[in-house]
Design a protein around this ligand. Structure first.
Ligand code: ADP
Ligand code: ADP
Length: 233
């Protein structure tokens, strides 16, 4: 479970907190959609879950963030890599090697996974994301939806309990978006992976979500089932 307990966060140099007194619990196996207008703090909230906030961005964090019992203030982002996989909007900017298969291996090499385990995990995640046929392709030649599925496979290779995705479909056409979202839904349903996804076009994603966390401008937060939250915003 991911637990935020009265979290207040202020970026370095900012005059006011972007998140204020926010408490929420994300259950094991939940699919949570984080939404709200641009600038409301969605990306910031997501960065709390892998420790980039505050360890990479600095600033002041009040309250507690616990990720399956681990206090993110008491450990570094790399100590959370076995719990939380992070996927960004524009995966091409994050790819470090060229071939699909190597990209997935690279993600595990950093974690010191033994070679035999790595080979097995590569097969598993290629299969789980339905991209086995792309394994030898150069990532730059793939469609946006395919690239995003490679990024998800690479994040999944470390066997995290949660995938946290920052607008993973915002640069995709409707077909690519659907490929990515159905892949996530399958990981959630079949493997019980917790999914936390932020998206400003909520109509695209709402059907997949168990709950919505809506960050309103001015710091108001609504959390509930899609039906409850949509009725209030
Ligand atoms: P959203 O994802 O909802 O668009 P963000 O979390 O990206 O919102 O940003 C929320 C606010 O925090 C914005 O006003 C933005 O300017 C500010 N912000 C984001 N990143 C930083 C940063 N690294 N340093 C200072 N301010 C930032
Ligand atoms: P998004 O809305 O997709 O989260 P933004 O366009 O707000 O992205 O921000 C893009 C990048 O710039 C992010 O890495 C964010 O942290 C950084 N950033 C945004 N606002 C500020 C700011 N006021 N000061 C420093 N960095 C910022």
């Amino acid at each position: 479970m991911i637990e935020l307990d009265r979290v207040t966060y202020t970026y370095p140099g900012a005059s006011a907190p972007i998140l204020r007194d926010l408490s929420v619990q994300i259950a094991n196996g939940e699919f949570l959609l984080v939404c709200g207008p641009s600038g409301a703090g969605k990306s910031t909230l997501l960065r709390l879950f892998n420790g980039l906030v505050p360890h990479f961005y600095g600033g002041r964090l009040g309250g507690r963030v616990r990720v399956w019992g681990r206090d993110t203030l008491a450990c570094q982002p790399r100590d959370l890599a076995d719990l939380v996989g992070f996927v960004v909007q524009d995966p091409e900017s994050q790819f470090v090697v060229e071939r699909v298969e190597d990209e997935i291996v690279f993600a595990m090499e950093n974690l010191g996974v033994p070679p035999a385990v790595m080979r097995r995990r590569v097969e598993e995640v290629l299969d789980q994301l339905a991209i086995a046929h792309l394994r030898h392709r150069h990532v730059a030649t793939l469609s946006g939806g395919e690239q995003q599925r490679v990024a998800i496979a690479a994040a999944l290779a470390a066997q995290p309990r949660a995938l946290v995705l920052d607008e993973p479909t915002s640069q995709l056409d409707p077909h690519g978006a659907e490929e990515v979202l159905t892949a996530l839904q399958k990981l959630n349903a079949d493997l019980g992976i917790t999914i936390v996804l932020c998206e400003h076009r909520l109509e695209r994603v709402v059907q997949y979500a168990d709950r919505i966390l809506y960050l309103a401008p001015g710091g108001r937060v609504e959390v509930g089932t899609p039906r409850e939250v949509l009725a209030r915003i």
